[in-house]
Write a protein that binds this ligand. Structure first.
Ligand code: ADP
Ligand code: ADP
Ligand code: MG
Length: 500
């Protein structure tokens, strides 16, 4: 079997470092690629070699397939790890690696293509007995027909972009009167964000929980799952807090969902790491949402409860090794929670608040893991995802993991920009979260910006600074801020599509 000797990591930030660390432990050399905005970045310093691939915008650097392939050839890298985001779910890139005799550490181009379309994915998994949310199986073309179908499905319904991702291109329609208007908006958002206007209708599941399963396949047809992650605490349909295991799954339900997840992976002949996302209703009925054909941001919580290194496993599978265990041999122990520390202002609709990390002190100690890509004094570049770090707490029980997380959040010192730390402490303290009785409406139902002013973690000078910043923010034209974020092009999603 050919052993991978050098991996080029086609990504930046925490995930680039995370991949390189695992490679180094296996005696594999690492190559970083970077944009002009990332000259000082930690992943560049950590790697054995680094190649500048272009200007700051990701469309001119981290999404430039030819530049990345060229960098791999120049440095003699025999494999490429795409991380998450950017080119990780781009079937053309997976194919291009194959064509250039470079191992793509991820699934085949065929699996990516099939699962990249939500409609295509639903059609494929339906044949394998995986339950789907009631909805249309084809893209909507005739609005009157669509309205009739929506009535049959029953309001509220959700209009979704087939090529969608990152929580974008989704519209809830409460009743028939709103249908046309929301449909128009969904189509135009789908075109501008993903270059593909195909939309479909799904029953809007009320009080939904987002529960996903980590699956893993090898190149010999074996597929297993590593249990679930609960990702119901979301803003803008995007995750901020994740945990494993979920507080609501019974062993029987876990088994049924795990089997459905494995079947969904088999429906696309999957190999590598992947995630099957489900939605769970109040009666604990579960439905397939979509598959993410890559390593997930929140994979560390699965690593904590299973004791596995998912990146090392990805590398082994990519070089053709069979999975070293059967489903029955995989066990979980303890409880892990991850929070995403974003440079965002929870008091201002979670809008990005990029700037300089004037103070940056990480929490430490038993059961605490920080995956990040920054140091004190560094800038969070405007061009990319504003995630600063992932903070993971692991303990024997859920209660202990929550207490550990609160302790770590209070130890984390970040000044110079607003972050989601205070918001995440609010989540950890909240009765709904602690009791496990929450759904994807958590933020909408319970979070008001003023609750953050009461956090007991800040000292007086910090409060003064906080008030001053808030006052300053109120003076700022927020419409402009809003424009800023809305206009940030989501290139990596657009680029997944062939002709955009
Ligand atoms: P994306 O590709 O943007 O991740 P998903 O289909 O995974 O799109 O949906 C993202 C989130 O939107 C889910 O985690 C869930 O919170 C919500 N959602 C999606 N579909 C439904 C539905 N049918 N009913 C209720 N909520 C939904
Ligand atoms: P996950 O469940 O792994 O967070 P997402 O689909 O929400 O899956 O996003 C994965 C990562 O991809 C994000 O953390 C972010 O870095 C990047 N990403 C997601 N959506 C977008 C987007 N619209 N534009 C740019 N980057 C995005
Ligand atoms: Mg999703």
């Amino acid at each position: 079997m050919p052993q991978i000797k050098k991996i080029l990591v086609a990504n930046r930030g925490e995930i680039a470092l995370r991949v390189m660390r695992s490679a180094r432990e296996m005696g594999i050399k690492t190559v970083a690629v970077y944009s002009e905005a990332d000259r000082q970045a930690l992943h560049v310093r950590f790697a054995d070699e680094a190649v500048l691939i272009g200007p700051p915008p990701s469309s001119e650097s981290y999404l430039k397939m030819d530049k990345i392939i060229q960098a791999a050839k120049e440095t003699g890298a025999d494999a490429i790890h795409p991380g998450y985001g950017f080119l990780s779910e781009n079937e053309d890139f997976s194919q291009l690696c194959e064509d250039n005799n470079i191992i793509f550490i991820g699934p085949s181009p065929q699996s990516i293509e099939l699962m990249g379309s939500k409609l295509g994915a639903k059609a494929a998994v339906a044949k394998f007995n995986v339950p789907l949310v009631p909805g249309t199986a084809e893209p909507i073309t005739d609005i009157n027909k669509a309205k009739k179908l929506a009535l049959e499905i029953g309001y509220p319904v959700l209009i979704k972009a087939s090529a969608g991702g990152g929580g974008k291109g989704m519209r809830i329609v409460e009743n028939e009167n709103e249908f046309e208007e929301q449909m128009e908006r969904a189509v135009s958002e789908a075109i501008s964000s993903f270059g593909d206007g195909a939309v479909f209708i799904e029953k809007y599941v009320t009080k939904p929980r987002h529960i996903e399963f980590q699956i893993f396949g090898d190149k010999h047809g074996n597929v297993v799952h590593f249990f679930e992650r609960e990702c119901s605490v979301q803003r803008r349909h995007q995750k901020v807090v994740e945990e494993a295991p979920s507080a609501v799954l019974t062993p029987a339900l876990r088994k049924a969902m795990g089997e459905a997840a494995v079947n969904a992976a088999k429906a696309c002949n999957y190999y590598g790491a992947g995630t099957i996302e489900f939605i769970l209703n109040e009666n604990l009925d579960f439905y397939f949402l979509e598959m993410n054909t890559r390593l997930q941001v929140e994979h560390p919580v699965t690593e904590e409860i299973t004791g596995l290194d998912l990146v090392q496993l990805q590398i082994k599978v990519a070089q053709g090794e069979p999975l070293p265990f059967k489903q029955e041999e995989i066990t979980m122990k303890g409880h892990a929670i991850e929070i995403r520390v974003y440079a965002e202002d929870p008091a201002n609709n979670f809008l990005p608040d990029i700037g300089t990390l004037q103070t940056y002190v990480r929490p430490q100690g038993h059961g605490i893991r920080v995956d990040d890509g920054f140091e004190q004094g560094m800038n969070i570049p405007f061009y990319y995802d504003p995630m600063i770090a992932k903070l993971i707490a692991y303990a024997e029980t859920r209660e202990q993991a929550i207490e550990k997380m609160i302790r770590a959040i209070r130890e984390y010192k970040i000044t110079g920009l607003e972050t989601t730390l205070g918001f995440c402490e609010f989540v950890m303290q909240h009765e709904a979260f602690r009791s496990g009785h929450f759904d994807t409406k958590f933020v909408e139902n319970y979070f008001k910006p003023d609750v953050l002013k009461k956090t007991p973690t800040v000292d007086e000078s910090e409060i003064a600074a906080l008030i001053a910043t808030q006052f300053f923010n109120k003076q700022k034209p927020t419409a402009q801020n809003q424009n800023n974020t809305q206009q940030q092009p989501s290139h990596w999603r657009t680029n997944r599509l062939k002709h955009s």
